[in-house]
Design a binder for this molecule. Sequence first.
Ligand code: LLP
Length: 431
Amino acid sequence: MDFFILVYLPQVGMSRPYLFFDMQLHNSYYQLQGLAITDICNQFGTPLYVYDANTIVAQLKTLQTTFAESHVKVKYAAKALTNISVLKLLKKNGSGIDVVSVNEARLALHAGFDPKDIMFTSNSVGIDEIAEAVDLGVYINLDNLSILEQFGKKYGSSYPCCVRLNPSIMAGGNLKISTGHSQSKFGIPVEQMDQIKALVTHYNIVINGLHIHTGSEIKDVDVFMKMADILFDLAVDFTHVKFLDFGGGFKVAYKKEDAVTDMPKLGQRLNTAFADFNQKHNRNLELWIEPGKFIVSEAGYLFTKVNIVKKNPTITFLGVDSGLNHLIRPMMYDAYHEIVNVSNPTGKEQTYTVVGNICETDTLGADRSLNEVREGDILAFKNGGAYGFSMASTYNSRFLPAEVLVINGEAKLIRQRTTFEDLLHGQIDVI
Ligand code: LLP
């Protein structure tokens, strides 16, 4: 019952505290759903990705409730975290899914999603991969004129498609994760609308949806409303359009003081805009969204063990049993992931720089104030649910971490740590 009270709190307009569903410090032990983190790490070993099912479901429900008036279709962006158990959990709770490759589409089908709940938003793929997706029966979203023309030639009016537009809006956390600006490779520039229309007419293409994803970590509600203006404007001309897809990109907190997307405000403004448009134009357009981070970021943790405490003259390094091979976001985007010493919550705070064991500069957190850290302690990296495991690699021939889902008060292994045999798998010895 407690769980449902937590779920509905954000709906009544309260601003949700940072990491609302965070692990709890209880009797000097950090816990998730009543399970001690140190016990979970002892049982499954480190490095370990752990996801809290309650948070995942609660975040999904927040979106479903926020946009309920518009009968929103949530298409979870699978790229954020593709574990089959997570996909099944989301499906069970009413989510659809957005996939970026035909393999992700297959994973979604494997998890039990109906093809009509799968949106294939690819970029820079050839018509062969699009054709494979068509054969699977999923929704198709096209992001360039060349593929739109090839699609038109091949399918004419026999298979509908959505088009991804580039609105020339600079938004998002930083340039690397901003995708709707004029220099970005993504989407068909809105300036090329005449060419889209010419292809549509020439090949009788049925456009069933219009899509914009301007990037990740967008806190400004006005960005989504600018997208709405563009999409509604175009929807008037595209009479077969059934849905407008606003992509993902809702900002979650990585630091206590981080501003996040104001979901109640966005819900109110977007729901009103949808209702007004539908009434004015006698249409029944659906609102689609494709969040990744919003659903899984805060639900996940990477737990690592401190192998080495290295006291150099000016810096004390903590060398952990992980690195940029398992969490690339700090080095790739300068992303900040809060770090907590789970093993010594009451230790005196000191300043450390946390690094990995990879033969690269792989700083996971510089100048962090942590409760005193000893060799063997467990460090938690927060916001590990989105683009953590899914961007991990076996660089330096290190294993991929295991993954655990904490669900109904139990910690369940949902992916084994890779083994030495996995590293050799597929290699052909020709010498
Ligand atoms: N839809 C499309 C078409 C996308 O390309 C993405 C993310 C999403 C939805 C989901 O965006 P989200 O709600 O998760 O922000 N790996 C990076 C971010 C790049 C995401 C790529 N596309 C990161 O770790 O921050």
